[in-house]
Design a protein around this ligand. Structure first.
Ligand code: NAX
Length: 329
């Protein structure tokens, strides 16, 4: 039997946690033959810790064959000990009257502490996915706070945007979602992200040619994908949770297992590709093999796409500048 892998999850008593933990323990993330140990982090608050205990009781009651252990934590220094995978879901939500700047700063503090803790105690190969918003900038902060870990091991979740784009294109083209290849999402996990189906194919045929409607792309597709989170809050009264958990599972699964040459989207520190400044935590089309992702290179960027990429890059640059003073300390 395989040695269990340690999976740390923060915000474990939250909405996304409630969908995510059961699927990790069920083997959906790392494989049906891979035992896991869950190391769950919540804030020290008594109510949060109590809620976490409740979730753990339910996980126990599933009697998951792959679950080799499970612990509750209020301190990242114990939660991240020897972690092979870390899913940073917990974040400070925007409270009433809170400005974007305050939100950025509150989260910058959380992700500085957690980056340092990963640096100090996690496996030297730990693979980190940041889900908590603002996900790209939080991932950037964690990465910068963990100088002894490889920068490439820090990623941000763009997979929900990617999956949303796939489902919209499937509906429009009338093709099954699983048949669509070569979707790409560029930039920030925010309404500025640029979902790009110019290269997408079904059975080798161009999806763009099939749809053949630039106005739909600009006026329907991009706003629908960009504002999908808000539409779900409006309809459900709560933010997307099961679909976010599913995207986190997909992201980590593909990172662990590989994509067999197929494209997916990950938020990763830029290596300078496509003119995105080095280290910017940016959504790129990637393929994954042997636990390493590679940016899909050489894609032509037309004028419309360049404008979109510039817009989302500008937002990320501003977020980064907004927290720069916190990283210098
Ligand atoms: P919830 O508010 O239900 O849960 C968050 C949990 O995190 C809470 O239980 C809270 O106590 C805990 N927490 C807060 N600070 C913590 C810390 N420093 N250490 C450990 N735990 C901490 O939110 P939920 O709906 O689960 O969403 C979690 C995060 O995901 C939010 O920031 C949300 O904006 C973000 N999202 C990101 C998405 C993405 O695609 N990247 C999509 C879905 C989601 O909106």
């Amino acid at each position: 039997a395989k040695t269990p892998l340690r999976v740390a999850v923060t915000g474990a008593a939250g909405q996304i946690g409630y969908s995510l933990l059961f699927r990790i323990a069920n083997g959906d993330m790392l494989g049906k033959d891979q035992p896991v140990i869950l190391q769950l982090l919540e804030i020290a608050d008594e109510k949060a810790q109590k809620a976490l205990k409740g979730v753990m009781m339910e996980i126990d009651d599933c009697a998951f064959p792959l679950l080799a252990g499970m612990t509750a934590h209020a301190d990242p220094m114990t939660a991240f000990k020897d972690a092979d995978y870390a899913l940073l879901v917990g974040a400070r939500p925007r409270g009433p009257g809170m400005e974007r700047k305050d939100l950025l700063e509150a989260n910058a503090q959380i992700f500085t502490v957690q980056g340092k803790a990963l640096d100090a105690v996690a496996s030297r190969n730990v693979k980190v996915l940041v889900v908590g918003n603002p996900a790209n900038t939080n991932a950037y902060i964690a990465m910068k706070s963990a100088p002894s870990l490889p920068a490439k091991n820090f990623t941000a979740m763009l997979r929900l945007d990617h999956n949303r784009a796939l489902s919209q294109v499937a509906a429009k083209s009338g093709k099954p979602v699983a048949s669509i290849e070569k979707m790409a999402v560029w930039g920030n996990h925010s309404p500025t992200m640029y979902a790009d189906y110019r290269f997408a194919t079904v059975d080798g045929q161009s999806v763009k040619d099939m749809i053949n409607d630039d106005a739909w792309n600009r006026d329907t597709f991009l706003p629908t994908v960009g504002k999908r989170g808000a539409a779900i809050i409006e309809a459900r009264g709560l933010s997307s949770a099961a679909s976010a958990a599913n995207a986190a599972i997909d992201h980590m699964h593909d990172w662990h297992v590989g994509t067999n040459g197929k494209w997916t989207t990950m938020g990763i520190p830029s290596d300078g590709s496509y003119g995105i400044p080095k280290d910017t935590m940016f959504g790129f089309p990637v393929t994954v093999e042997n636990g390493e992702y590679t940016i899909v290179q050489g894609l032509p960027i037309d004028e419309f796409s360049q404008e979109r990429i510039n817009l989302t890059l500008k937002e990320l640059t501003e977020e980064r500048e907004g927290v720069a003073h916190l990283l210098k300390a």
